[in-house]
Design a protein around this ligand. Structure first.
Ligand SMILES: *Cc1c(COP(=O)(O)O)cnc(C)c1O
Length: 344
C-alpha cells in the first residue's frame, strides 16, 4: 500500500443485487452505476451487477454509457440525465436509451419519458405527455423525492400520479423506485426498479445497512505513516485546532480531503489497529492526525471505512449522506490503490 487502499468486494455487491432482486420481484432490477458507480468503479460494479442478475444498467451521462457499451454489447443501457446538445450521435452509436423531459424527442433513439410526479426537477408535467409521439417510447419513468423519509405520504402520492399516467402508455416498461422505495414501498415496483446506493451495501436511510440485509462493498484503509509524541502545549495541524494537554502520541495518516477524507471529519473515529481512535485537529489536503494507543507505532493499520466502521457513521458526523461521501473518494492511481475482491 502506498497512501491508502480501496477494497471493492464484488461478492458483496452480487449478494446485495440478489437481495434487492428478491425485494423487487417480479419487477426487474436495474443497477445504477452513474458517477463511476458511486465511487466504486463503474466497470467492475457493472460486470458484477449483471452477473448477479441485474437486467439493465443506468448511468447519468451519455459518456458514462458509451464507456460501458464496449464491455457489454447487448445489455440495456439507460441514460438517466438529459442529453447534452450534440450528444445524439454518440448515444445512437453506443445504442443507449435516453430519458426525455420534454415532448420534443431526439431522432433515432429509444426514449424513456420522464414525468414529473412531484420531484420538481427533470421530467415533464402529466399534461405535456399528451404531446409525446408514441413511436420511439420504450419506457415511462418518474423519480421519488422522499422515498427515504419516515413519512411515506408524499411518495405514495407520487406513486398514484404515476400509476394514472402509466395507463396512457400501455406496453412500455414502467419504472419509478430507487433503492429506498424498493426496500420500503412494494407498490412502487412496477416493471423495474432502479437501485444505486443499496447495491453498494449502503443504506438509503442512513442507518446500519445490515438492518436491510445489505453488505458494504467498499472498505478504505491506510496506515500510520509517522508516529510522534506531542509535549503539552504543542499542537497538530492547521489552525492549532488540536493542542496536547498532556504528552500525547499521535499518528499522521497520509490521506486528506483531496482523497475524499472530508475536512469535517475532525473528531470522527477511525480504527487504528482495530481500536476506535479520534481524528485530531484539522484534516489537511493530503494528511490527518489521529490519536494513538500505547502500542501503536508507525505502520499501524488504519481503517477509514470498513471493519465495522460504516460510511453511514461518517456521513452522520458530517451532516451529509453516504452518497456524497463515497462519490468524493478519489480512487485514481496517484491517490489510492484499488484492490478487487472477487469471491462469490
Ligand atoms: C441516482 C438515481 C437512482 C438511484 O437512486 P438510489 O437512491 O441510489 O437507489 C434512481 N433513479 C434516478 C433517476 C437516479 O438519478
Amino acid at each position: 500500500m502506498r497512501r491508502s487502499e480501496l477494497t471493492i468486494d464484488l461478492g458483496a455487491l452480487r449478494r446485495n443485487v440478489r437481495r434487492l432482486r428478491e425485494a423487487a420481484a417480479p419487477a426487474e432490477l436495474w443497477a445504477v452505476v452513474k458517477a463511476d458507480a458511486y465511487g466504486h468503479g463503474a466497470q467492475d460494479a457493472a460486470r458484477a451487477a449483471l452477473e448477479a442478475g441485474a437486467a439493465a444498467l443506468c448511468v447519468a451521462t451519455v459518456q458514462e454509457g458509451a464507456a460501458l457499451r464496449r464491455a457489454h454489447p447487448d445489455v440495456r443501457l439507460v441514460v438517466l440525465g438529459p442529453l447534452a446538445p450534440g450528444e445524439e450521435r454518440l448515444a445512437r452509436d453506443a445504442r443507449l436509451e435516453v430519458t426525455v423531459s420534454t415532448p420534443a424527442l431526439p431522432d433515432g433513439l429509444d426514449v424513456h419519458v420522464k414525468v414529473d410526479t412531484g420531484m420538481g426537477r427533470w421530467g415533464m408535467s402529466p399534461a405535456e405527455l399528451a404531446d409525446v409521439p408514441p413511436g420511439p417510447v420504450v419506457g415511462l419513468m418518474s423519480h421519488l423525492a422522499t422515498a427515504d423519509e419516515p413519512d411515506p405520504g408524499p411518495a405514495l402520492a407520487q406513486l398514484e400520479r404515476f400509476a394514472v399516467v402509466a395507463d396512457r402508455f400501455p406496453g412500455v416498461v414502467r419504472h419509478l423506485a430507487n433503492s429506498a422505495a424498493t426496500l420500503r414501498l412494494p407498490d412502487a415496483r412496477f416493471d423495474a426498479v432502479r437501485c444505486g446506493i443499496a447495491i453498494y451495501g449502503l443504506s438509503p436511510f442512513g442507518d446500519d445497512p445490515a438492518r436491510h440485509g445489505l453488505e458494504p462493498v467498499l472498505a478504505w484503509r491506510s496506515q500510520v505513516a509517522l508516529a510522534k509524541t506531542l509535549a503539552p502545549g504543542q499542537s497538530s495541524g492547521y489552525g492549532r485546532r488540536f493542542v496536547a494537554r498532556e504528552p500525547s502520541r499521535i499518528g499522521i495518516v497520509p490521506v486528506g480531503y483531496a482523497d475524499g477524507f472530508r475536512r469535517g471529519l475532525t473528531g470522527a473515529q477511525v480504527l487504528v489497529s482495530g481500536r476506535r481512535r479520534r481524528v485530531l485537529g484539522a484534516v489537511s489536503m493530503d494528511a490527518f492526525a489521529v490519536e494513538l494507543g500505547p502500542g501503536d507505532a508507525a505502520g499501524a493499520p488504519v481503517t477509514l471505512i470498513g471493519d465495522g466502521l460504516t460510511a453511514e457513521e461518517h456521513a452522520s458526523h458530517l451532516g451529509t449522506i453516504t452518497y456524497e461521501l463515497v462519490c468524493g473518494i478519489d480512487s485514481r492511481p496517484g491517490r489510492a490503490d484499488r484492490r478487487i475482491i472477487d469471491g462469490s
